[in-house]
Ligand binder design. Structure first.
Ligand SMILES: Nc1ncnc2c1ncn2[C@@H]1O[C@H](COP(=O)(O)OP(=O)(O)OP(=O)(O)O)[C@@H](O)[C@H]1O
Length: 249
C-alpha cells in the first residue's frame, strides 16, 4: 500500500529556489491535486517526490512509484503495444508471454485506445500519446501514481474518463494518486484534497470546498473570480479577469 511523506522539501536550480520547504503526507486511497500558477514549482516538487530531482529535506515512500512526465514526446518508432509492454519490463524475459500481451490489451481497453495497439507512437496525436504513456504507467502496476498534467492534451470526454479512472484506482485498488492539474474545477471534483503552490511554497492544503476562495484566487493567481456550486455541491470557479488589467470592472 502506497504512502508518501514529504518533509521540508526544497529544490534549487542554481540560485533559483523552485520549491521552498514543502511538507505534506498522503496515503493509499488518496487523490491529491497539486495546483498553482505557471512556475510555482509543481513539476519540481513532483519530480523531487519521484526521486528524479535532487532536493533538500526528505521524501519517504512506501510502495513502488510510477511517474508520468509533462512532456510526452516520443522519438523511438515503437508501436503502442511495444510501449505498453515496456511498462511490464520487470515481468518480461526474452520472449513476451501471451498473458502479457492480453494484459497490455486490457490496459489499453480500459483507456479506450485498444484500436491504436499496432500504431507507431510518434505518429499519434498529443492526446493519444498521453493516453498511451498512461497505459504504460498503469501496466507497471505501481502503488503510487505521480502525474504531471496528464489531461493537458485531452478532449473533455477523455479528461473526465481519465480523472474518473484515477479516482476509481484510488478508491477501488488503494492506489495513491498525486496529479498536477491546471483545471481547478476538475481538481475540486475529482481530488479529495488540493495542495496549492505559490512561488515554491505550499500556501493551502485541503478539500476543494475549503481551498477555493476568491481571496486565494486573487492572492495566488492574481485573478478576480467568482465561486459557485454545482448541483452536487462541488465548487465551481468562474474566472472573470486578471486583477489590475484595464478590463477589471
Ligand atoms: N531545469 C531548470 N533550470 C532552471 N530553472 C528551472 C528548471 N526547471 C524549472 N525551473 C524554474 O523553477 C521554477 C519552478 O518550475 P516548475 O517547472 O517546477 O513550475 P510548474 O509549477 O510546474 O510550472 P508550469 O505550470 O508552467 O508547468 C520556475 O521558476 C522555473 O523557471
Amino acid at each position: 500500500m502506497g504512502r508518501i511523506a514529504v518533509d521540508s522539501v526544497t529544490v534549487r536550480y542554481g540560485d533559483r529556489l523552485a520549491v521552498d520547504g514543502v511538507s505534506f503526507t498522503a496515503r493509499a486511497g488518496d487523490v491529491v491535486a497539486l495546483v498553482g500558477p505557471n512556475g510555482s514549482g509543481k513539476s519540481s516538487l513532483l519530480r523531487a517526490a519521484a526521486g528524479l530531482l535532487r532536493c533538500g529535506g526528505q521524501v519517504r515512500c512506501d510502495g513502488r512509484i510510477a511517474f508520468l512526465p509533462q512532456d510526452n514526446g516520443a522519438r523511438a518508432a515503437l508501436t503502442v503495444m511495444e510501449t505498453v509492454l515496456l511498462g511490464r519490463i520487470r515481468a518480461l524475459g526474452m520472449r513476451v508471454p501471451e498473458t502479457e500481451v492480453a494484459h497490455a490489451v486490457s490496459t489499453l481497453d480500459r483507456l479506450g485506445i485498444a484500436d491504436l495497439a499496432m500504431r507507431l507512437v510518434p505518429e499519434l496525436s498529443g492526446g493519444q500519446r498521453q493516453l498511451v504513456f498512461l497505459a504504460q504507467m498503469l501496466a507497471s502496476e505501481p502503488a503510487i501514481l505521480l502525474l504531471d498534467e496528464p489531461t493537458s492534451a485531452l478532449d473533455l470526454r477523455n479528461q473526465l474518463s481519465l480523472l474518473s479512472l484515477l479516482r476509481g484506482l484510488a478508491r477501488g485498488c488503494g492506489l495513491l494518486v498525486i496529479v498536477v492539474l491546471h483545471d481547478l474545477n476538475a481538481a475540486a471534483r475529482f481530488a479529495d484534497r488540493m495542495l496549492v503552490l505559490c512561488n515554491g511554497r505550499l500556501v493551502a492544503d485541503g478539500p476543494g470546498g475549503e481551498v477555493l476562495t476568491e481571496t486565494m484566487l486573487a492572492n495566488v493567481y492574481g485573478i478576480r473570480a467568482e465561486i459557485g456550486r454545482s448541483n452536487e455541491g462541488v465548487p465551481l470557479v468562474v474566472p472573470i479577469c486578471p486583477i489590475g488589467c484595464g478590463d477589471d470592472p
